[in-house]
Design a protein around this ligand. Structure first.
Ligand code: GLN
Length: 549
């Protein structure tokens, strides 16, 4: 345990370019400090004006990660939860919009006692307040705060100012780690440190000096580069850390330890850290070894739509889905081979349904709006009839219900009101309480969000997988299975194996095992709770069914 007097704060900032692994660095630093017996929490700061990530386009911004308390946050929050195996709350996430909203709210309620409220210091003070609240809520020895973007951006300034202000107040408790990129221009063939030097100078201009530099690059840093960075960036040599690309992000904590990062941080923070906790290290080692030594493959197709601006960003919109598949597959000693299929291609005929036969299983993940819906329904019909394991997540479950209503019950034109408000058979309908939100354009943070309990029906795939009667899962949707159609759907063979405790809301729909090897959809998002060391039971049940096929 930490021999602690005061909690410590590590800010992680980006130099040169973003998207080079600041989130994974933050998560991994947290992980190795946890392994030394410290209590760690993590905070993500997104410098944009949006109050949360809920209204952002997933194709551009990536997945919206929902917390237990319903906060719609950035995908990095998912990385923290997965690496650190902790549940975070809305105090762990902030945006410029959210911070300003509170400052203005405080001002309107006279909380500044009639003072002139200024951008500096009042906005950074609000940021600091939130950071300290998160610390106290988690009783954390160490709080790691990731500042999104890079140090040179205008919109990061107030957050850098918060670091500066905290550092003046408690210089021995506040530290800054810069994650910087070292390019190797192909024509030159040499790793360049100059962009990092400039980034440090930019950070210096905000009154902040990095204590540690994590040097991200294609390859490891040599001594000469370490020396240069140390000399020009004013950071002792031992605090320049080489962080080359890795084949799996889950190797990053182990690689950091090869560079002695947890020792370095414990020393820097002035914390008496324990020896690495054996069980923790062993469990992680077992997991990463499974990542690298699979004994076969499992091929899964994901039929979605948030990847149409090019193959490069597709994985981001479905990050938790991918990670959850991985955990369950690795636990079964399989390497997951994922194929992305655009639902629209099944509508235009660009893709043939018969192609689905090549896969061990098919996932239809969450989504919004009409585009691609008919393609997804065709896919679901095909996998149902051909007994290919199917897992529907949220929209995927709603569309499976529609497919069943259309093709088994014979309700022609059955649909969700989201797509066809005039459908004769709205088997998926908007909740009464949601209508008002839509009518008055209140879209932000108004869906059914966060953790809700559900009760499982005995003897079903769901209850066998979970091994318990009640569960709690995270939600993010406005529409629900329309209660009017439930008796008919059940009579036709669809089993609602999970319901809200009052029995009104359908949480899981499935087909009996004797009819189909695995056909199951959830109204919630199980992928938000898959963790490396505790894979999600439904993903595991699905992957097992895929392997069997
Ligand atoms: N569009 C659907 C709804 O709002 C499903 C949402 C989702 O898949 N997250 O209910």
């Amino acid at each position: 345990m930490a021999n602690k007097r005061e909690p410590k704060y590590i800010f992680v900032v980006g130099g040169v370019i973003s998207g080079v692994g600041k989130g994974i660095t933050t998560s991994s630093i947290g992980k190795i400090l946890q392994d030394r017996g410290l209590t760690v929490t993590a905070i993500k700061i997104d410098p944009y004006i949006n109050v949360d990530a809920g209204t952002m386009n997933p194709t551009e911004h990536g997945e919206v990660f929902v917390l237990d308390d319903g906060d719609e946050t950035d995908q990095d929050m998912g990385n923290y939860e997965r690496f650190l195996n902790i549940d975070l709350t809305r105090i762990n996430y902030m945006t410029t919009g959210r911070v300003y909203e509170s400052v203005i709210h405080r001002e309107r309620s006279m909380e500044y006692g009639g003072k002139c409220v200024e951008v500096v210091p009042h906005v950074p003070m609000e940021v600091i307040d939130r950071i300290k609240k998160a610390q106290s809520l988690a009783k954390a020895d160490v709080v790691i705060v990731e500042v999104g973007g890079t140090v040179g951006e205008y919109q990061s300034v107030l957050f850098l100012e918060a670091i500066r202000m905290m550092k003046i107040e408690t210089p021995n408790d506040v530290f800054t780690v810069m994650v910087s990129y070292l390019p190797v221009p192909s024509k030159i063939g040499e790793m360049k440190t100059k962009p990092t030097q400039y980034a440090v100078r930019t950070l210096n201009a905000s009154g902040v000096q990095p204590d540690v530099i994590i040097a991200r690059s294609d390859m490891p840093l040599d001594e000469k580069r370490k020396e240069k960075i140390s000399f020009f960036c004013n950071v002792p040599r031992g605090r320049v850390i080489s962080a080359p690309d890795v084949s799996s992000v889950y190797d990053v904590p182990t690689n950091f330890e090869k560079e002695g990062v947890s020792n370095l941080l414990c020393e820097l923070l002035g914390l008496k850290c324990g020896n690495p906790v054996n069980e923790k290290i062993t469990a992680w080692k077992r997991f990463t070894s499974a990542v690298h030594h699979p004994s076969g493959e499992v091929r899964i197709a994901i039929v979605g739509k948030y990847f149409d601006t090019g193959d490069y960003i597709l994985s981001d919109a479905y990050l938790s889905v991918i990670e959850s598949i991985k955990y369950s597959a690795y636990a079964q000693k399989r390497k997951p081979v994922l194929t992305w299929m655009s639902a629209v291609d099944f509508e235009t005929g660009k893709k043939k349904l018969a192609e689905l036969k090549k896969y061990d299983g098919v996932i239809v993940p969450g989504g919004f709006g009409a585009r691609g819906v008919e393609g997804k329904i065709k896919v679901i019909e095909y996998v149902r009839k051909n007994k290919i394991p199917f897992f529907g997540l949220c929209y995927g479950m709603q569309l499976a219900t529609i497919e069943y209503a259309r093709n088994v019950l014979g309700l022609k034109g059955a649909n969700t009101r989201e797509v066809d408000p005039k459908s004769k058979y709205p088997v998926i309908d908007i909740m009464e309480s949601q209508k008002e939100n839509i009518n008055s354009h209140r879209y932000g943070a108004t869906m059914r969000l966060g953790a809700y309990p559900a009760v499982l029906k005995e003897g079903t795939i769901a209850s066998t997988a979970y091994g318990s009667k009640t569960i709690s899962e995270r939600h993010r949707h406005r529409y629900e299975v329309n209660p009017v159609f439930i008796p008919e759907l059940e009579k036709a063979g669809l089993v609602f194996s999970g319901r809200s405790p009052d029995g009104v809301l359908m949480e899981i729909a499935e087909l009996p095992k004797k009819v189909h090897p695995f056909f199951l959809g959830t109204q919630f998002h199980p992928e938000l709770k898959g963790r490396p060391l505790t894979p999600h039971p439904l993903f595991t049940a699905f992957v097992k069914a895929c392997i069997k096929k």
